[in-house]
Design a protein around this ligand. Structure first.
Ligand SMILES: Cc1cc2nc3c(=O)[nH]c(=O)nc-3n(C[C@H](O)[C@H](O)[C@H](O)COP(=O)(O)OP(=O)(O)OC[C@H]3O[C@@H](n4cnc5c(N)ncnc54)[C@H](O)[C@@H]3O)c2cc1C
Length: 136
C-alpha cells in the first residue's frame, strides 16, 4: 500500500472539507467512503406520505449513467424521504432563509433557523457565529 499522510474516513461534507484542507497544506490524503449516495431529488407534495416512489429509479439510472456509465441498475435502491416546509410555493421565485432570535419569541437562547438548505446550516461559519451572538 502507498504511504499516505492522512486517512479520512467518510466523504460527507465534513470529510470532504477535512480532506481538501489537508491536501491544500501539501499532505497526501486518502479519502474512503463506504457507499455511493446519489441525489437528492425533490418534488412538491401536499400530503404527509413518506413512501419513496420506486418508479423514480429509472430517471436516476439514466441521469447517473451520463457520468458513471458502468452503473448497475440492480444495485440502485431508494434511501429515505423527508418533507420540508418551504417559504415559497411552486412557481414562485426561491425565497431567502430566515433566522429569528430571542427578540422575536422573548425566550433567551431560543434561535430558530428556517429555510436553510443542506448543508448551509452545518457548514456555514458565518451562520454559526451569528447564532452564537444571538444566543449569548
Ligand atoms: C434528512 C436530513 C436533512 C438535513 N437537512 C439539512 C439542512 O437543511 N441544512 C443543513 O445545513 N443540514 C441538514 N442536514 C444535516 C447535514 O446533512 C449533516 O449535518 C451533514 O451532512 C453532516 O456531514 P458529515 O460529513 O459530518 O456527515 P455525513 O454527511 O453523514 O457523512 C459521513 C459519511 O461517512 C461515511 N461513513 C461512515 N462510516 C464509514 C466507514 N466506516 N467507512 C467509510 N465511510 C463511512 C458515510 O457513508 C457518510 O457518507 C440534514 C440531514 C438529514 C439526514
Amino acid at each position: 500500500m502507498t504511504d499516505i499522510d492522512c486517512l479520512v474516513i467518510g466523504a460527507g461534507v465534513i470529510g470532504l472539507a477535512c480532506a481538501a484542507q489537508m491536501a491544500r497544506q501539501g499532505n497526501s490524503v486518502m479519502l474512503v467512503e463506504q457507499q455511493c449516495r446519489i441525489g437528492p431529488d425533490v418534488a412538491w407534495t401536499q400530503s404527509l406520505d413518506y413512501r419513496v416512489d420506486k418508479s423514480l429509479c429509472e430517471g436516476f439510472f439514466y441521469a447517473i449513467k451520463r457520468y458513471f456509465p458502468s452503473i448497475d441498475k440492480k444495485k440502485l435502491f431508494p434511501g429515505y424521504s423527508g418533507i420540508r416546509p418551504k417559504f415559497s410555493a411552486p412557481g414562485q421565485p426561491a425565497a431567502d432563509f430566515m433566522i429569528q432570535g430571542p427578540e422575536v419569541y422573548g425566550l433567551p437562547g431560543l434561535v430558530n433557523l428556517y429555510g436553510i438548505e443542506s448543508p448551509g446550516l452545518t457548514a456555514s461559519l458565518a451562520i454559526a457565529q451569528h447564532v452564537s451572538r444571538l444566543s449569548d
